[in-house]
Write a protein that binds this ligand. Structure first.
Ligand code: SIN
Ligand code: FE2
Length: 219
């Protein structure tokens, strides 16, 4: 009797392609894996024009996640509050335009999640290093809450905290791997969410980092 030698199956080989998080909210497993190299090249282009920076919260704290933006408007925070701005306050210039692969991926993911016709005008890019976290928050600075949020995970895996509509709701812990895309809208649009402190690791494409792209329609 002979045995064929198979490569070991990847850890998530039998995981479902879609995980439901709640009404109108799901994880599309591996949806962005193929586009990932082009998306990461886009991150390099965007951050050459508008660099990653640690924003200051209205309360005066420096955020541990580093951020930049592309598209017509970018999300910024400073002592005066949170807002979307058409100008990068650091460069004094408009944000870099949204790379084509970003827009294509976001529109396809929204469509696959049941949100046809998604037209994001902003993409916030988050960069996490080991220990970086993002505390529970709602995405609610957008004027049009009918559009979903599309969130793409690249590089090191993270634990996504998926809470409820009240800050005090105890969050579920959802592992997000390279290429996973979370889409939330409708009744889940204002769910509290965050990222647990990133564990150290080495990813073939991003080495010691996790990159997250979050697409929004801001108005
Ligand atoms: C966010 O809530 O804006 C980012 C979530 C993530 O990094 O996956
Ligand atoms: Fe968010």
């Amino acid at each position: 009797m002979t045995f064929d030698l198979f490569d070991p199956l990847p850890a998530d080989a039998d995981a479902p392609a879609v995980d439901n998080l709640g009404p109108g909210a799901m994880v599309l497993r591996g949806f962005a894996r193929e586009a990932a190299p082009a998306l990461l090249a886009g991150v390099g282009e965007v951050s050459a024009g508008s660099h990653f920076r640690h924003l200051i919260t209205p309360g005066g704290l420096r955020m541990s996640v580093a951020m930049t933006n592309c598209g017509q408007r970018g999300w910024v925070s400073d002592r005066s509050g949170y807002r979307y701005d058409e100008i990068d306050p650091d460069s004094g210039q408009p944000w870099p335009s949204m790379p084509r692969p970003f827009l294509d991926l976001a529109v396809r993911a929204a469509d696959a999640a049941g949100y046809a016709g998604f037209a994001p005008d902003a993409c916030l890019i988050n960069r996490y290093l080991p220990g970086t976290r993002l505390s529970l928050h709602q995405d609610r600075d957008e004027l049009d809450l009918r559009a979903p949020i599309v969130s793409v995970s690249l590089g090191l895996p993270a634990i996504f905290l998926w809470g409820g509509l009240r800050r005090a709701d105890r969050p579920a812990r959802v592992r997000l791997a390279h290429g996973d895309v979370v889409v939330w809208g409708g009744p889940s649009r204002l769910v509290f969410h965050g990222i647990a402190p990133l564990a150290a690791g080495d990813h073939p494409l991003t080495h010691g980092e996790r990159i997250n792209l979050t697409f929004r329609k801001t108005r």
